[in-house]
Design a binder for this molecule. Structure first.
Ligand code: FE2
Length: 240
């Protein structure tokens, strides 16, 4: 039986619950000292280095590094099972993030009806990285979490995921500068606009993205199955 009791500082999480629930328009929160100190050190020291096992994604709207969990489908739905290329702590965290206890705690924290782990992947950024402001808007039962593993971030420096009130960087309402054992969490909606400002310095922004979502046996993911959506779209393509 795995022991998940020394992973997360749940007290710190629940301290921000009211704040999250009462935010107008976009429901979000920022949590410091998310992981218990000892566990965080081990995750930090074994965060995977940016190498060939990552995809460096450069498109008009973003420039970042992505590393999927072993067995993840093309469009990102994480599967059960370990990733042998990663440390025991990363495997234990992934296992914990897949439990009902983990989803139920975040359901209680947010009042968002999440049921299951959908995404669990590393998102890195190096010099020149950015992501334009965007929304997913796949439904009300999705929680997006960005967890950070970068020390010595300077106040005011770009690169972390911000929340904005419009599709424009001048409308940023929150951008974190402590990226050492912290979490930004938001509920998906048409108002959950987010992105990352252009990273000018030669530093690495190391993050993990976790998405929890509504799910049922009858209807699947509340925000849709990305593999099916893409398959449908290709069937409906009309030649111009
Ligand atoms: Fe996004």
């Amino acid at each position: 039986m795995d022991d998940f009791s020394e992973i997360i500082n749940w007290n710190n999480v629940f301290k921000q619950s009211e704040n999250f629930k009462t935010n107008k328009l976009c429901k979000f929160a920022f949590i410091e000292n998310f992981f218990q100190e000892d566990f965080y050190k081990k995750l930090f020291n074994s965060y995977p280095i940016f190498d060939d096992s990552w995809d460096h994604i450069v498109t008009y709207d973003k420039n970042h590094w992505s590393k999927k969990w072993a067995g993840t489908t093309t469009h990102g739905i994480v599967q059960d099972g370990d990733d042998k290329s990663l440390s025991n702590e990363w495997n234990l965290l992934k296992k914990y993030a897949s439990t009902k206890e983990f989803s139920d705690n975040f359901k209680k924290f947010s009042n968002v009806s999440v049921e299951k782990l959908k995404h669990f992947h590393f998102i890195g950024m190096s010099q020149g990285g950015f992501q334009l402001p965007h929304v997913h808007n796949v439904g009300p039962s999705t929680l997006v979490m960005m967890l950070y593993f970068s020390k010595d971030w300077m106040k005011g420096d770009p690169g972390a995921t911000y929340i904005a009130s419009d599709l424009d960087e001048s409308s940023i309402i929150f951008e974190p500068y402590n990226l050492d054992n912290t979490l930004v969490i938001f509920q998906d909606s048409q108002h959950a606009i987010h992105g990352a400002r252009y990273l000018e310095k030669d530093v690495q922004r190391k993050a993990l993205q976790i998405t929890l979502e509504g799910w049922s046996l009858e209807s699947g993911w509340s925000g849709g199955d990305p593999d099916k959506i893409i398959e449908e779209r290709s069937k409906n393509l009309v030649e111009l």
